[in-house]
Write a protein that binds this ligand. Structure first.
Ligand SMILES: Cc1ncc(COP(=O)(O)O)c(C=O)c1O
Length: 450
């Protein structure tokens, strides 16, 4: 077999008829497909949600890891329990206390990032066709985990104050009337990925009481809660309902994404199922990674480090908002995040962010089109911008490039409209003439506010 025929053979999947039904829901996310191109140095990537780990004291972390192996190597390099190291779980309880959660180490299971917790939850709760309620838009990795177990995701609109309680009630009533099994509400209450908005305090109480009345479990996914730019961290949903809320946390954004350590705090019965599911998936998580985090929390100034991250990300957010304000053409709208990594940008009417992406890449700027954040592939008028990784001057350059691509699209459309009017002697209607120009209004409120 030649090298060429060998590589062609790899592309033809001879097992295509053999996969389980659920594998059909496993498709490459918009973000993964983008990563390869967006990583090129000439491109300003506002795409991936990549934390700025260069801000960590790398030498100090290096010495700490070296000391860990020489002094505690027999534990760090050994198997451990599927629930995770108890010393780390104690520390995790201390971290959750910052958001007013009173938890015991027994309530906690350590996971491979919060992504694994999402997968385990989907695994223990979702049968094909079961409904998961989730914000519109929603974190792409959660949608991927739910799709892998053939969930039917029903999106619930948000506005500037996060999930809209009335819309949540309506969605619950609608799904209940359909006779489908509703398994949980998935929500990212703080500095939402991708929308950048935060669930207001009064709405937290409303959302909880709606879910309590409906007997619906809440999955509170909170990677960014300690990365707020103003004031104290918000009170977690789990702080007010430990029986009705599974809380997901992670060290990916406050320490290092590469250690892949996250956790779930769950009611005891759910925690037991999660431990069993984790055991069958991985036996136990990496002792080395867990002890690295435990030592980091015990020996390094992690609170100061989080403060440094907050300052760094605040500066980058400000640079992005300032550049958007100065450079983006009329008709663009965006959210104004009070923490976290993301801005949700709405293009002018008729501009399709997904169709525009190749032009943006040619102009050496990358973003994630909104379609990745909706289970039904809608949201083409939106783009997610992540400001966490590029320094402020690169952000400004990236927004300048993006603004000129959007301007190019607008002028292309107006030329097209003129030619259309000449050739058909009728006025041009973008929505009628271009199928992809659908206006998606689920996020309109949040995006109306700069
Ligand atoms: C909302 C949300 N949940 C979960 C994750 C997964 O994070 P990790 O698996 O690194 O903990 C991310 C990562 O970006 C996220 O934004």
């Amino acid at each position: 077999m030649t090298a060429e025929s060998g590589s062609r053979a790899q592309r033809i999947d001879r097992y295509v008829g053999q996969y389980a039904e659920r594998a059909k829901g496993m498709v490459a996310s918009e973000i993964r497909a983008l990563f390869a191109v967006a990583a090129r140095p000439e491109i300003v990537s506002l795409a991936g949600g990549t934390p700025y780990v260069a801000a960590l004291p790398l030498d100090a972390v290096g010495s700490m890891v070296s000391e860990l192996v020489s002094s505690q190597g027999t534990q760090a390099l050994q198997y451990c329990t599927a629930q995770g190291d108890v010393g780390l779980r104690e520390r995790i309880c201390g971290i959750m206390a910052l958001e007013r959660i009173a938890a015991h180490p027994d309530d906690v299971i350590v996971t491979v990032g919060s992504q694994q917790a999402l997968d385990l939850l989907a695994r223990i709760f979702i049968d094909p066709g079961d409904v998961v309620l989730a914000e519109a838009p929603s974190y792409v990795g959660a949608l991927g985990a739910f799709a892998a177990y053939q969930a039917d995701v029903v999106h619930v609109p948000m506005d500037d104050d996060g999930l809209v309680p009335e819309a949540l009630s309506e969605a619950i009533t609608r799904v209940a009337a359909s006779g489908k099994q509703m398994k949980f509400l998935y929500t990212v209450p703080n500095f939402h990925n991708p929308a950048g908005v935060t669930l207001s305090a009064p709405r937290r109480a409303e959302v909880l009481s709606i879910c309590q009345r409906a007997g619906l479990l809440v999955v509170e996914d909170n990677p960014y809660g300690l990365l707020g730019f103003e004031g104290e961290p918000m009170r977690a949903l789990r702080a007010d309902d430990a029986d009705g809320v599974v809380y997901l946390g992670t060290f990916s954004k406050t320490f290092a994404a590469g250690v892949r350590v996250g956790w779930a705090a769950a009611p005891p019965a759910i925690r037991d199922k999660l431990v069993l599911a984790a055991e069958s998936a991985v036996l136990c998580h990496s002792s080395f990674a867990q002890l690295t985090v435990r030592e980091y929390l015990a020996t390094q100034p992690w609170r100061e480090q989080i403060k440094d991250f907050r300052e760094l990300y605040r500066e980058r957010r400000d640079a992005t908002l300032d550049a958007l304000e100065r450079l983006m053409p009329a008709g663009c709208r965006w959210t104004n995040p009070a923490g976290g990594f993301y801005i949700w940008l709405r293009m002018p009417d008729g501009i399709d962010a997904k169709a525009m992406l190749p032009r943006a890449i040619s102009a050496r700027v990358a973003y994630v089109p909104g379609t990745g954040f909706y289970a039904d592939g809608s949201g083409s008028q939106f783009a997610r911008l992540c400001y966490a990784f590029p320094p402020p001057d690169r952000i400004r350059e990236g927004v300048r490039r993006l603004a000129s691509v959007v301007e190019g699209e607008i002028s292309l459309r107006s030329d097209f409209a003129r030619l259309w009017a000449i050739s058909t002697k009728s006025s041009y209607s973008p929505a009628a003439s271009l199928p992809n120009a659908r206006f998606h209004c689920a996020r309109e409120h949040a995006c109306e506010t700069n």
